[in-house]
Design a protein around this ligand. Sequence first.
Ligand SMILES: [Cu+2]
Length: 108
Amino acid sequence: MKYLLTLIAVTAGLAAPALAADKMEHMEHGTMHAAAADTALTDGLVKKVDKSAGKLTVAHGPLPNGMPGMTMAFHVKDAGWLDKVKEGQKIRFAIDDKMTITRLEAAQ
Ligand SMILES: [Cu+2]
């Protein structure tokens, strides 16, 4: 029993730092490539429009800052943009170094 508890403690200890490092890398990518991220447009598909939080959940392709394609929530620079998009709509967008959408346009 004692052995089993030790094993669980060791396993938990290993898992936590790995998660923290993963988050850190995510943020560094955003900062490093800020200049490129401001101009290049990325394709995305609107998954959710959250007007109360001022956020747009987007399934996006690879971003100029090095982030691979995934589904995630972004803040938008202009909350009014949330009235112009809807779930299921294809968009093209650009983000700044804080992962805020600074450009948003409809895609065909
Ligand atoms: Cu992402």
